[in-house]
Every structure is written in structure tokens, then in C-alpha cells.
Design a protein around this ligand. Sequence first.
Ligand code: HMH
Length: 230
Amino acid sequence: MEEKGKTGMENERMIDTWLRKHRLIYLGATRHPLILSISDGTVDISSFKTWLGQDYIFVRAFVPFVASLIVKAWKESDVSSDMEVILGGMAALNDELEWFKKEAFKWGVQLSEPLVPQKVNKDYCRFLESLMSQEANYTVAITAFWAIEAVYQESFALCLADGSRTPPELKETCQRWGNEGFGKYCSSLKDIADRRLKKASDDELKKAEVALLTVLEHEVEFWNMSRGGS
Ligand code: HMH
């Protein structure tokens, strides 16, 4: 007979449990006024341009974070496909950096040195760095990684949904994160995180939940910053 509370089922689909528990903050990140303004066509283009320049800086910091996850997956993962999923994400970032340069040129946004991150952006990058260290836990880091990607996927998919009035010149941006392939990639990351969380200790679970919330807070701040706030 199985011990009570040790059926192995209690951490099944942890991410969905957390998303239900923290639904309002998740919606705050994925249905932010900036995203709503893109999808209803009222977006202030200067906010978009601020976002574009700052997100280029963020993605540059995101690359070493993903690299650190590849190292962790290679060393620690019990499933070899983890590393390939993350490597696919890394490959997409290579293309993404080129896209940012092209898009910035199109909008007249300067990406030349020195790149100046705003405080909110710096804080977010510092959080990424805290997850890059060798001591940082793989399960916690992969949960954060999923959340970072999922916020953009959900946000930009909304801008492409039926009935949205996204300006045509912003459609390509929305496609980048809102497309179906990116959605599938996010599901794969979620599966990896859920699988790890199923076997996680209480301490890891607590840290992963905090990391998820921290990502959501940084994402809300990042949208706010782009709108000229904080
Ligand atoms: C701020 N969050 C931010 N920028 C991005 N490019 C992503 C997430 C990618 O998903």
C-alpha cells in the first residue's frame, strides 16, 4: 500500500496548478495594457520602439542564460531530448538577434553601442544571471525559462487572434512569438518543467514557484517600462 501523501501524484502538472493559483498575476503579464493596445490597434508607436530597443538588450542577456541551461541539461537531465529542445530555442535566438537589428533599422531605433539598459531591464537581466550559476538548480531554472517564453507566446498570440486589430506593420513582431511552432516549443518546455517538478523536493518546489512569480513580475515591469512607466 502506498503511503498517504506519497502517491507520486501530488506534483502532477505543477505548472497548471501554479497558473490557477497565481492567475491574476499571470494575466497581468500576458494581458498587459501594452499588448492590449497592440491588439486593438491603439498602440503608441514610441512605446513599441522603446520595447524593441530594450528587448534587444534583454535577448542578448538571454543567450548566456539559455547556454547555461544547455550545460545543466547535459549534466543533470535524465532525458536526453531536454538538451535538444533547449538547443532549438538557442538556435532561434541566433535568428532573433538578426531580426532585432533589421526591425530596429526599419523603425529608426538605434542599437549601436553603448546600449543602455533601463533599470527594470537591468534588474531582469540580473535575475537571469542568478539562475546561470553552477549552483543554480536545473528544475528552478527550466521553470523560469518556460515562464519567460510562455509570457511572450501568450501575449503575442493574442495580437494575432481573430478579431484583433493589430497594425499590419507590427504583425511580423507578433508572428515571431505568437506562431504555432513557438507555441509547441513552449509546450515542450512546460513538459520538461512539469516532469522535473514531479520529482522535486519541497525546497525545489518552493524555489521554482518563487522563480515563476519573479519572472511574471519582471515581465509586467518590462511592459510598464516600455510604456514609459517606472
Ligand atoms: C522581456 N521576455 C522578454 N523578452 C523576450 N524576448 C522574451 C521574454 C522571450 O520570450
